[in-house]
Design a binder for this molecule. Structure first.
Ligand code: G3P
Ligand code: MG
Length: 239
């Protein structure tokens, strides 16, 4: 353990395993991580699917948009071979499967669910995620984050106590005020964490959870700047 900073495995152990697949989360879980980060899109039949991109093309052998396939159709795609042939036929997991797995771990283990609704408006995604978390009685172990501020406002209207992370990129001048308005913390990149704004956010009592740090020097710098969580693709090196 390099430091006592909480480490989240970003998209699972995505440095060595195909991102956002069950094996990537299981392998990340072998290290002393505080939690995992994952990305959620919605299938045609309303299933919350764990995949980063809106499209299938980069991380599966499928083509086109996740939203245009039912979950059963999505299961036909190989989400591992793009990374390495040894992962052929690994599937796109459902969010519920990852929560099921995480529930078997210690109660302090966090799942940071990033709603990928900044490009595509997924009708009802907020309610769906909240209902699933409720169904699994998992609320105390999740952080819901998104680049889509309006979506976070909606989540806060629907649930006054769930943990929310406002995702920003770069040095956002009004992030503190916006986060405070919805009682959220800030999920930011290194530039923000090291900036005057980042310092101001810390002074205002907000947590800074920093993505995505894969370099030892940067990890130390960000940790010293007061990052509360650091997300990395290499939990083996930092946890
Ligand atoms: O949630 C932190 C980070 O994952 C945001 O960026 O593109 O990796 O989902 P991205
Ligand atoms: Mg993400």
């Amino acid at each position: 353990m390099i430091s006592s900073t909480n480490v989240f495995a970003h998209r699972g152990f995505s440095g060595k395993f195909p991102e956002n697949t069950m094996i990537a989360f299981e392998e990340a879980g072998k290290f002393a991580i505080a939690g995992i980060e994952l990305d959620v899109q919605l299938s045609k039949d309303g299933v919350m699917v764990v995949i980063h991109d809106e499209r299938l093309d980069r991380t599966t052998n499928g083509r086109g948009f996740v939203k245009d396939y039912t979950y059963e159709q999505l299961l036909a795609f190989d989400a591992g071979s793009w990374f390495h042939s040894q992962f052929a036929n690994h599937k796109l997991p459902k969010l519920s499967e990852i929560i099921d797995w995480a529930k078997q771990r210690e109660e302090s283990f966090i799942v940071n669910i990033e709603l990928k609704n900044d490009q595509i408006h997924y009708e009802g995604l907020e309610e769906k995620v909240l209902n699933l978390v409720e169904e699994y009685q998992f609320k105390d172990q999740v952080i819901l984050s998104s680049f889509n501020y309006e979506s976070l406002v909606k989540i806060r209207e629907l649930d006054q106590t769930i943990s929310i992370g406002y995702l920003i990129q770069g040095i956002h001048p009004t992030a503190i005020e916006k986060a405070q308005k919805i009682n959220a913390n800030i999920h930011c990149d290194e530039a923000y964490a090291l900036s005057e704004e980042g310092k101001r956010a810390k002074e205002a009592g907000l947590e800074l959870r920093v993505y995505t740090i894969n370099n030892t020097n940067e990890f130390e710098i960000v940790r010293k700047a007061g990052a509360d969580v650091i997300m990395t693709d290499f939990p083996d090196q930092f946890a």
